[in-house]
Design a protein. Structure first.
Length: 471
């Protein structure tokens, strides 16, 4: 990953398997208002977006969300991440405000994750009450940019107060559609397998190693499941369905869920085999999908009712704060399959909402650029577990990563098999359809092959309706 730290060698070519080509081709272009309802999942979310009418790159009539103090530009920044990540984002805004007394960045947290933020952005768009800046996840921002609700950043990037894209790793290209940048990264991540070391020892089984396989993965969660009188006391694994994690297994068996032309492949033999394994594990009580009342998978892991889970590298510091030394835990990158090991790139980035007056737009860019400075990128990575995404920032991380080996795991995983998330996630409707179907499939008794073949038909129809695919 550049010369700054050769012992964690993520090259610009390795950091994502698709590189510039897929990012540049991501979107078929601006869509109609009807398509926006579909693309943003408005029907599924139950939100009324009939008033959304994009006009020439801006959203007409979008009002300022706050009244600035005299002589000061006030910008509202929506985020949706919790714990140590939320604190780090707030710190970025606070230090910027201290250095720039004529600008006030107001952080407003809009929930506990990217899906909830997406829904609130849809409601805000309908009400013409959008923020000035927003931090959105990779799988959620594209429909908004397609409908001209985000500002293209290219003029700022290339301008006299711009940023040097040559210093970035290819993660930056995930913010591009149709040759224009609408996002610059802040959180950059990969899924990690979190496991309770004490529970592995208590079970008397070997510790998983860096060379583990997907067969090892399923065997491990089975052996870590604890039952008393026929009831599960400790689940071997807790898993919230999300293709971000699951695509790694699909890739390891030589398949994919979609390609860069938005064709979907949801009923392939590797998909069918994967979901039969998950369904079997769930039926045996080895895998558990938490209810809302039980909290997140990571929260269940922290209470020791679950022995393992998948979570973001960006949760490392947050989880350490949750556990407070009560038990020993560790992390691994994704297992190997017949075709190797892969790591799905994740995270999100910062956007400027379209339609701001020039003074606010320029002030917003000033803050965006600040978040990209090497010192700020390194600060955020050290504070959270997310990855530094420029050469200069990574140079500032070298000693820290040597002292904190768990923070190194995602770098090493991306170096050996980093790959961009599946393109079908650009469609919120398709994403929701896939998530809901797989969620129900994992814990139910439906025939896997029949269900996935139907999902293939329905997801293809969605991609055609939204203009991603031609009939």
């Amino acid at each position: 990953m550049g010369d700054a730290m050769p012992d964690v060698p993520i090259s610009k070519e390795q950091a994502t398997s698709k590189g510039d080509g897929m990012s540049a081709k991501r979107s078929p272009g601006a869509s109609t208002r009807r398509e926006f309802l579909k693309a943003t999942g408005g029907a599924a979310a139950g939100l009324a977006l009939a008033s959304v009418t994009p006009t020439k790159g801006v959203m007409a009539g979008t009002p300022a969300r706050s009244t600035p103090a005299a002589g000061k530009v006030t910008l509202v920044w929506w985020t949706s991440l919790a714990g140590a990540v939320a604190k780090a984002l707030e710190s970025l805004a606070r230090t910027y405000n201290e250095k720039n007394p004529n600008v006030l960045i107001k952080v407003e947290n809009q929930g506990t994750g990217y899906p909830e933020l997406r829904d609130k952005m849809m409601a805000a768009a309908a009400a013409r009450q959008l923020p000035d800046l927003v931090l959105m996840g990779n799988a959620f921002w594209v429909p908004f940019a397609r409908n001209n609700l985000f500002e293209a950043l290219d003029d700022y990037i290339k301008g006299p107060n711009g940023v040097d894209l040559k210093d970035y790793f290819p993660f930056v290209n995930r913010g591009m559609i149709n040759g224009k940048y609408y996002q610059l990264p802040i959180p950059v991540s990969a899924p990690l397998f979190y496991y309770n070391v004490d529970m592995v020892k208590a079970a008397g089984i070997p510790m998983p190693t860096e060379k583990w396989t997907w067969d090892d993965h399923y065997n491990l969660i089975s052996k870590l499941t604890v039952k008393e009188r026929g009831k599960v006391k400790v689940y071997g694994h807790a898993y919230r369905v999300a293709t971000w994690n699951q695509q790694q297994e699909i890739w390891a068996y030589g398949s994919q869920m979609s390609d860069d032309k938005y064709n979907v492949y949801l009923d392939t033999p590797p998909m069918i085999a994967q979901w039969k394994r998950w369904q079997k594990a769930s039926a045996a009580g080895e895998n558990h999908i938490p209810t809302k009342g039980e909290g997140t998978t990571l929260e269940m892991f922290a209470t020791t009712t679950v022995a393992t889970t998948w979570a973001s590298t960006g949760s490392l510091q947050r989880f350490e704060d949750m556990v407070k030394g009560r038990f020993k835990w560790s992390v691994l990158a994704a297992p190997y399959g017949p075709k190797g090991r892969f790591a799905a790139e994740g995270g999100g980035g910062i956007h400027i909402v379209a339609g701001l007056p020039k003074e606010k737009r320029d002030a917003a860019w000033g803050f965006v650029k600040y978040t990209q400075e090497p010192e700020q990128v390194a600060f955020f990575a050290k504070s959270t577990g997310y990855l530094a995404f420029t050469n200069k920032a990574q140079a500032l991380m070298s000693d820290f990563l040597k002292e904190n080996p768990l923070f190194r795991v995602a770098y090493e995983a991306l170096a050996s098999g980093g790959r961009k998330s599946e393109p079908f996630n650009d469609s919120a409707r398709a994403q929701t359809l896939v998530f809901d179907t797989l969620d129900n499939l994992a814990v139910g008794t439906k025939d896997v092959e029949t269900t996935l073949k139907q999902l293939q038909k329905e997801a293809t129809a969605v991609m055609i309706e939204e203009g991603y695919l031609k009939k």
